[in-house]
Write a protein that binds this ligand. Structure first.
Ligand SMILES: NC(=O)c1ccc[n+]([C@@H]2O[C@H](COP(=O)([O-])OP(=O)(O)OC[C@H]3O[C@@H](n4cnc5c(N)ncnc54)[C@H](OP(=O)(O)O)[C@@H]3O)[C@@H](O)[C@H]2O)c1
Length: 258
């Protein structure tokens, strides 16, 4: 038995990095997972193959041939694509129990150099996409009277980071959005929470120059960067074991921000 047997999940940006770790962990606990990607088609297919393989290996799997995951392309910063993606998962599986809004980008530049494009692209992908996917997924969740929405923010939405006015605003916006939506959807037994990762070893963090990485590491009380699986564990907790938690933030940051 998995903790999420019988549940249907969507993870945005799940071909790589933190999203991949989340999709694999939810799949390992028995959820069916729609693996959203924008450009990483091959990696998303690989995540799907891994989830299906885990199911085949499960001793108590009733039907080893059952589809446990599929990859679905959508640029979630586009309202039409994001909503069509959620709708097609619902049409395929007839439920949506878990939505993890994970997709995110950075376009770091000091405010003096930041262009309108830098600003708009980050807000559209990191914040507006959360609105598009949430409002699409909440409809079936309201009808089911059950849902778990988990939004991936960032330590840099909680505290300042040079060159990230756009990113910080988007991630701080996610936290504010989460609290209001948690309040409004609680009556339908839908919880809405935030996981706020610290500096985590993915392609996104690899873009940070080595010297800056060393400076950052020296300020992390636990003395190391996070692993994507450590973020995924917090998401799993909120999805599987946190029935009485809503509007909350779980910081998974090695003590970087307390
Ligand atoms: N790594 C960190 O240190 C860190 C710290 C705090 C918070 N976070 C947050 O954690 C989340 C995952 O970050 P990560 O480190 O795993 O980043 P990553 O390795 O750069 O991966 C980003 C993911 O987002 C997807 N994505 C980007 N734009 C998209 C769009 N328009 N539509 C659909 N998917 C899109 C990408 O999909 P494709 O590859 O298919 O384009 C990719 O799967 C982000 O929200 C990020 O802000 C990361």
């Amino acid at each position: 038995m998995g903790k999420l047997d019988g549940q249907m999940a969507i993870v945005t940006g799940a071909g790589r990095g933190i999203g991949k770790a989340i999709a694999l962990m939810l799949g390992a606990e028995g959820a069916k997972v729609a693996v959203n990607y924008n450009s990483s088609s091959g990696p998303a297919d690989e995540v799907v193959a891994q989830i299906n393989a885990m199911w085949r290996d499960r001793a108590d799997a009733p039907d080893v041939e059952e589809e446990r995951a599929f990859a679905i392309q959508a640029n979630v910063s586009d309202a039409t694509q994001a909503r069509a993606m959620v709708r097609s998962v619902y049409e395929r599986w007839g439920r949506i129990d878990i939505l993890v809004n994970n997709a995110g980008i950075t376009r770091d530049r000091s405010i003096r150099k930041m262009t309108d494009e830098d600003w708009l692209e980050v807000i559209q992908t990191n914040l507006n996409a959360v609105f598009f996917c949430t409002t699409a997924a909440m409809q079936p969740m309201i009808e089911q009277k059950y849902g778990r929405i988990i939004n991936i923010s960032s330590v840099n939405g909680q505290t300042s980071a040079f060159g990230q006015a756009n990113y910080g605003a988007s991630k701080g916006g996610i936290i504010a959005f989460t609290k209001t939506v948690a309040l409004e959807l609680a009556r339908y037994n839908i919880t809405v929470n935030v996981v706020a990762p610290g500096f985590t070893l993915t392609d996104m963090f690899a873009k940070v120059p080595d010297t800056i990485q060393e400076q950052i590491k020296s300020r992390i009380p636990l003395g190391r960067f996070g692993k994507p699986e450590e973020i995924a564990k917090a998401v799993l907790f909120l999805a599987a074991d946190a029935d009485y938690v809503t509007g909350a933030q779980i910081n998974v940051n090695g003590g970087t921000y307390m």
